[in-house]
Every structure is written in C-alpha cells, then in structure tokens.
Design a protein around this ligand. Structure first.
Ligand code: PGA
Length: 256
C-alpha cells in the first residue's frame, strides 16, 4: 500500500487532443463518473490550452482539479506562442505538467528549462508535476537510475525543502509512453524508491516523504491496481486512457 501520509493523485494528460466541444463532453462525463470518490483520491485533468477556460467552468464545484501541460518561465513578455504561469492560475489551473518527455524530445526542454519553469509555477502559487524518465536505450544500457538522478538534480536545483514538499514528480519511462508496454509494478517501485532516496538526500526526509510520485506510461484500468499497490507509487499520470472517461474513472477507483 502507498504511504497513507500521501493522498493518491491521478492526473490525465490529454496532450494535443480534444476541441473545446469534445473537451467539455469528456469533462462532464468524467465529473459524473467520479463524483462518489470525493476525498479519497485527488484528481486532475490537463486539457490543451484552448480548452482550459471552458473545462474550468465545467468542473467548478467538482472534485477534479485543472492542470496545464506546460508553461513559460517568464510571467509575460515577447515570447510568441507561449503561455505563462500567472495566466494559467487565472484560468483556474492548480497544477502544471513540466518536462514531459515529449517536450524534452520535440521542443528542446532541458533540465535547466524545467528548473526555470518550476520556479515560475511555484511563484504563481501552482504545483508543478515534474516528469522524469529514461529512454529504452538508456534502460538497456543500465543507466536508468543515473538518468533519473540527473533529471531530478537539474530540475529541482535551488528549491528549499518547504518548496520541494509541494512538488509532484512523475516517473515516466519513455519506452512505456503510448506504447501499450507499461513498466511492471516492481520496475516502477524500484525507480520510485530511488527517486525518494534522491529527494531524501537532497532535501531531507520530512519534505521527501510528502512528495507524491506518480507513475506514467501505458497506465490502463487493468494494470493500475498492481502499480498503485506499491509503497512509493502514489498515483498515476495517464495519457491515452484519460481520453476515455470510463477508463480514467476505473483508474481513479483502483487508487481509492
Ligand atoms: P500514455 O501517456 O498513458 O498514453 O502512455 C502517458 C503520458 O505521456 O503522460
């Protein structure tokens, strides 16, 4: 079982899917399906920027929080195409996913830009969900723990223990994302425990024990229960399965 000090947190990353109309239908359907879960599990959905405002209204008064998929490190200015953390706060977000592997792979995200974005997220009063994870080649070369340590060290540099305690970390092995090939519960636990140890070493046990560490990568209703049964797996960051309300709701129920 996961540590009772940490409430399970299931977040849905909708990626570049759903028009405003489609996003509203999904949010409304989901709201109905998970209303009975109440406080046992924390939930969030991350629609594309264009749907944030409408989905925020559709989820008002519900137990589902709103997340964004990225943000810029400055609050405003000449950064064409970017969206800032204060803007996301205003529209109703509570969380921002930072450093997703697709941003690292396709949009030049580095540990340094992850760090800067996290600073902006905290400054705006939002909570970062920081993604780390190794590629298949790195895993096969036996470098998983080293890669994850480097990403954590760079991404979390300079934060105080009190700041760190607010973070959510998502371990997402790149080879498991969108492939249908999830890490086994034991593989996930090994890396999650390593992440926790790194956080203890850098920030102290008290702060590190408060950080929720989500697993992400082909989480589905049929594998969620076994992944979430591990002591350091405190939730899930769900991509594909979060686009189907009944699947996402089933994963939430597996966490409760
Ligand atoms: P997936 O994506 O569940 O479709 O594998 C997870 C993620 O990228 O967050």
């Amino acid at each position: 079982m996961s540590n009772p000090q940490r409430r399970p947190f299931i977040a849905g990353n909708w990626k570049m899917n759903k028009t405003v109309g489609e996003a509203l239908s999904l949010a409304r359907e989901l709201r109905g399906l998970v209303s009975m879960v109440r406080d046992r599990v924390e939930m969030a959905v991350a629609p594309p920027f264009t749907a944030l405002h409408s989905v925020a209204r559709a989820l008002e008064g519900s137990n589902i929080a709103l997340a964004a998929q990225s943000c810029h490190w400055e609050a405003f200015g000449a950064f064409t195409g970017e969206v800032s953390a204060p803007m996301l706060k205003e529209v109703g977000c509570s969380y921002v996913i930072i450093g997703h592997s697709e941003r690292r792979q396709y949009f030049g995200e580095t540990d340094e830009t992850v760090n800067r974005r996290c600073q902006a997220v905290l400054k705006a009063g939002l909570v970062p969900i920081v993604c780390v994870g190794e590629t298949l080649a790195e895993r096969e070369a036996g470098r998983t723990l080293e890669v994850v340590s480097r990403q954590l060290k760079g991404g979390l540099a300079g934060f105080s223990p009190a700041e760190l305690a607010r973070f959510v970390v998502a371990y997402e092995p790149v080879w498991a994302i969108g492939t249908g090939r999830n890490a086994t519960a034991d593989q996930a636990q090994e890396v999650h425990a390593h992440i926790r140890e790194q956080l203890v070493a850098a920030f102290g046990r008290e702060a590190a024990e408060q950080v929720r560490i989500q697993y992400g990568g082909s989480v589905k209703p049929d594998n969620a229960g076994s992944l979430l049964s591990k002591p350091d797996v405190d939730g899930a960051l769900v991509g594909g399965a979060s686009l189907k309300a009944s699947d996402f709701a089933a994963i939430v129920k597996a966490a409760g």
